[in-house]
Design a protein around this ligand. Structure first.
Ligand SMILES: NC(=O)c1ccc[n+]([C@@H]2O[C@H](COP(=O)([O-])OP(=O)(O)OC[C@H]3O[C@@H](n4cnc5c(N)ncnc54)[C@H](O)[C@@H]3O)[C@@H](O)[C@H]2O)c1
Length: 416
């Protein structure tokens, strides 16, 4: 029997189907006409935030970047320099006055009090549920990066925000750019129409190197170090299976039309020494996901330097195989296309868009794989989604200490 208030697989599928790409004629009020200049605020001004701003300003007309928020002032400074270097077409659409540059852990709140219409959100994942909820409560449209949470409590918070956005017709596009990449879109349409028969198995890999790990610099307290070295603690990034492999798991969910029913997984740290800079995350995961009709998907995600890289998705059908993008060619840079699609939806030139439900579903798929691997237990979707696991500290304070670890050991008591 389901617990009261828990979210079942059926409920999830229903909510996702309703909101995935529902056509809703009325628009949230920001774009009175298609030619109004829409104001953009950027929260999280690092590598991807800068890249997403450039992509958006490249693809969309009648917009202006007017506000920026980041924990650290040097990030805003570097972002502005890089936007200027990106050329006149980009720089001409940037006008971020000093009093519209917000710094600190509450910078996002200050930005949300301004009259920006659309937020680009590109902080590390730990902040996403809190910030996404605040963006929706502030009535803004949203482009947000993936993954959208690091634990099930965060996922449920994001789902509640997604529902509110749907009710208010606020548009949301998320940074799973394969969903805006023509070869994937056209191929997956054909796969779902039976091009290779019935899909009986799949595999998804993110086998790459360690993105970065920084030594602590003089003057960095614990929190500053954890945030600057965010890809090395589970609470800041979700571990590599969540942070990057979500892209590939999303493709499998897309092809198979939903999330897995259960998962068995393993993994560990094959090469990383126990050093603060390498945090508490693992460097390899292998998962066996079971979808409806006993379809199994093998997933691997690694941070192994100097080994064979493979970032890909494949499915096996009763009459053929596919890498999920081999049946079509063309399209433009999906990192640009995703912003074009968001603004078309905001301006009423395309159906209402809210990708937060399905991206929460794919993020949760990755989180359940991590939970199963860390504990060594087989895990069902419903149990994982309704878990009370919450790993982000409730209070973030530069005067407090945030020790690293423990590094999860399967079979030992881990709170996952
Ligand atoms: N879709 C893709 O292909 C893709 C590619 C790269 C990164 N990303 C995603 O973008 C996100 C950011 O990655 P990145 O490479 O830009 O990292 P980054 O470290 O370069 O940038 C993150 C920025 O967020 C800021 N920040 C941290 N906490 C904050 C807070 N509470 N409030 C405001 N600002 C805060 C940091 O100071 C930093 O400037 C990640 O979730 C990552 O998965 C997606």
């Amino acid at each position: 029997m389901e617990e009261r208030g828990s979210i079942s697989r059926r409920d999830f599928a229903k909510a996702s189907a309703l909101a995935g790409f529902a056509v809703i004629s009325a628009r949230a009020g920001v774009a009175a006409t298609n030619t109004d200049t829409l104001k953009i605020g950027l929260i999280g001004c690092g590598g991807r935030g800068t890249g997403a701003a450039v992509n958006c300003l490249t693809g969309v007309e009648n917009i202006k970047l007017v506000a920026m928020a980041d924990t650290f002032p040097d990030k805003i400074e570097a972002c502005l320099k890089n936007l200027e270097k990106a050329g006149d077409k980009i720089w001409g659409k940037v006008d971020v006055k000093p009093d519209m540059q917000f710094v600190g852990l509450d910078a996002y709140q200050k930005l949300l009090k301004t009259d920006v219409d659309v937020v680009i959100h590109a902080t590390p994942p730990y902040a996403r549920p809190l910030h996404v909820e605040a963006v929706i409560n502030a009535g803004k449209h949203l482009f947000t990066e993936k993954p959208v949470a690091v634990d099930p409590v965060g996922i449920r918070r994001v789902l509640a925000a997604a529902k509110k956005a749907q009710d208010n017709k606020q548009c949301i596009v998320t940074g799973l750019q394969r969903r805006h990449q023509l070869p994937y879109i056209e191929t997956i349409k054909q796969l779902q129409d039976g091009k290779i028969g019935q899909i009986v198995a799949g595999r998804a890999y993110w086998n790459g190197g360690l993105p970065f790990s920084h030594l602590r610099k003089d003057g960095w307290n614990d929190l500053e170090y954890r945030l600057r070295n965010w890809y090395n603690q589970c609470w800041t990034c979700g571990d590599n299976i969540v942070e990057q492999h979500v892209h590939n798991l999303d493709v499998l969910n897309w092809v198979l039309g939903g999330h897995p029913e259960k998962v068995t997984a393993s993994g560990g740290r094959a090469w990383k020494p126990v050093e603060e800079r390498f945090g508490d995350i693992w460097d390899n995961f292998s998962c066996d996901y079971t979808y409806a009709n006993d379809v199994h998907v093998l997933s691997m995600s690694r941070h192994w330097n100097d080994t064979a890289n493979d970032v890909s998705e494949h499915v096996v059908g009763t009459t053929g195989v596919s890498n999920c993008q081999d049946l079509a060619k063309g399209g433009i840079d999906p990192y640009v296309q995703e912003h074009i699609d968001l603004f078309a939806a905001i301006r009423g030139e395309a159906p209402y868009a809210n990708e937060l439900f399905r991206t929460a579903e794919s993020t949760m798929t990755a989180i359940m794989g991590r939970m199963a691997a860390y504990t060594g237990e087989e895990l069902t979707w419903d149990k994982a989604l309704n878990s009370d696991l919450s790993i982000v500290p409730e209070v973030l304070d530069f005067d407090k200490s945030y020790p690293v670890g423990p590094i999860p050991v399967p079979g030992k008591k881990y709170k996952g």
